[in-house]
Design a binder for this molecule. Structure first.
Ligand SMILES: Cc1cc2nc3c(=O)[nH]c(=O)nc-3n(C[C@H](O)[C@H](O)[C@H](O)COP(=O)(O)OP(=O)(O)OC[C@H]3O[C@@H](n4cnc5c(N)ncnc54)[C@H](O)[C@@H]3O)c2cc1C
Length: 395
């Protein structure tokens, strides 16, 4: 493994998702090299859209991604929440120019593959090792050993697990398992031209109803509409980005919903379908020279639309902590990283879980109270979520 000047010596990152690639980029910007080990033989981001709020958008822009993101992302002007049956507007959170003036960055709506490609384009050649499935990591004397599925073993001074919800690096720190939420989600893309009634204004539209909700927004410079619709999962706990769902099953689950929901879901030719899992907050994110980031550290239900945003924040803070540490100060750097990050992501994990209930209330008193509080709650959440500048903590 290559050594380098600045920060600790050899850094290995396991996983080339949003967390791993952003970390590699943030380290590179600090003049630090790392090696990235990815199990996939070929990088092929699937799924649909991802909302990148100002808290992560400002960090990605500072890392130099502004031109790439501006070319492919859509800047949301608002988030609108509506009732499931009559489509009545319950809450509208203004974004657009007001958001950029207040928080200094846009609210991007982006296709996952576009974000992934933008990150990948900035990674130095030769740093990413595909087809490298890590089986386990262990601290061994001064080193950390990484054991791979092909039988090879590598050594590093620091290992960062960015290997998602089923992280093997996390297994070196904890014995917990993913928790099935009881919810599943269907996701897919529709050419924007097929849904002209959505083209008035680029925004996130949500419809809340008993037991489930539906969300859609434009991505890919406005060419596509990304659609996500939850449904109770029954006893079907499959979790994959690529499991095929049946569009007719989805339509059936949303029978009786507002006609716009029917039009959006009816336009889906194919859908991915998977069961949603999260985990409890992890008590300890690091060993002496092992740490976790992104979903590997704090897998959360997608009901705050913050998982990828938090992965970006982790990456920038961890890179900053490692860059500030000398080669002998890795444990202190990792402790600082955990201190700066964990309270925030613990809170967001808990809130995401709570939203799984509040988003899906049946009609009645509780739903009525929720609806009355939506505007205020949304404003309060925006303030601490989007106003947080993770980069400034390590700047
Ligand atoms: C339906 C849905 C909608 C969402 N919407 C949003 C949103 O709008 N905004 C938002 O911020 N977040 C959203 N999220 C959350 C977001 O997608 C995740 O938080 C984010 O993708 C996590 O990135 P990651 O890099 O930590 O993990 P992953 O994307 O899971 O990447 C992990 C990488 O590690 C690799 N890997 C795994 N195991 C190994 C191994 N043993 N060895 C080597 N490599 C390995 C994997 O192949 C993968 O490339 C959503 C999630 C879902 C499910």
């Amino acid at each position: 493994m290559t050594a380098h000047a600045g920060g600790p010596g050899r850094i290995a990152v396991v996983g080339a998702g949003i967390a791993g690639l952003t970390l590699a980029l943030a380290l590179a910007r600090a003049g630090i090299r790392c090696e990235i080990y990815e199990q996939a033989g070929q990088l092929r981001e699937v799924g649909a859209g991802v909302q990148i709020a100002p808290n992560a958008a400002r960090l990605l822009r500072r890392l130099g991604l502004a031109p790439r993101l501006d070319a492919v992302a859509v800047r949301a002007r608002a988030v609108e929440m509506r009732r499931w049956d009559d489509g009545r507007l319950l809450s509208r959170g203004e974004l657009g120019a007001a958001c950029e003036a207040r928080w200094g960055a846009p609210y991007y709506l982006v296709h996952r593959a576009d974000l992934h490609r933008a990150l990948l384009a900035e990674i130095e050649d030769g740093r990413l090792h595909l087809g490298s499935r890590c089986l386990r990591v262990e601290e061994h004397g001064e080193d950390v050993r990484l054991h791979f599925a092909d039988g090879s073993v590598r050594e590093a001074d620091v290992v960062v697990g960015a290997d998602g919800i089923r992280s093997v690096v996390r297994d070196a720190l904890a014995t917990d398992r993913p928790r099935f939420s009881g919810q599943s989600i269907y996701r897919g893309l529709v050419p924007a031209g097929e849904l002209p009634f959505l083209l008035d204004e680029p925004k996130v539209r949500l419809w809340f109803g008993p037991g489930q909700h539906c969300v859609c927004y434009p991505v890919a410079a406005g060419r596509w509409i990304s659609v996500g619709a939850t449904a109770p999962a029954g006893d079907w706990p499959v979790e994959s980005w690529t499991a095929e769902g049946k569009p007719e099953e989805l339509l059936c689950a949303y029978r009786g919903w507002h006609e716009e929901v029917g039009l959006v879901l009816g336009a889906l030719r194919s859908v991915g379908h998977w069961a949603l899992h999260d985990r409890d907050p992890l008590p300890r994110w690091r060993g002496r020279a092992i740490a976790v980031a992104g979903d590997s550290a704090h897998p959360m239900l997608p009901f705050m639309a913050q998982g990828a945003n938090q992965a970006v924040e982790d990456a920038v803070v961890l890179a900053g902590c490692l860059a500030a540490a000398g080669p002998r100060n890795v444990p202190a750097a990792l402790a600082r990283y955990e201190r700066l990050r964990k309270p925030r992501t613990d809170r967001i994990q808990r809130m995401s879980r709570a939203n799984a209930r509040t988003f899906h209330l049946g009609d009645g008193q509780g739903q009525h109270e929720r609806d009355l509080a939506l505007d205020r709650r949304h404003r309060d959440d925006q303030e601490w979520l989007y106003g947080h500048d993770a980069g400034a903590l390590v700047g």
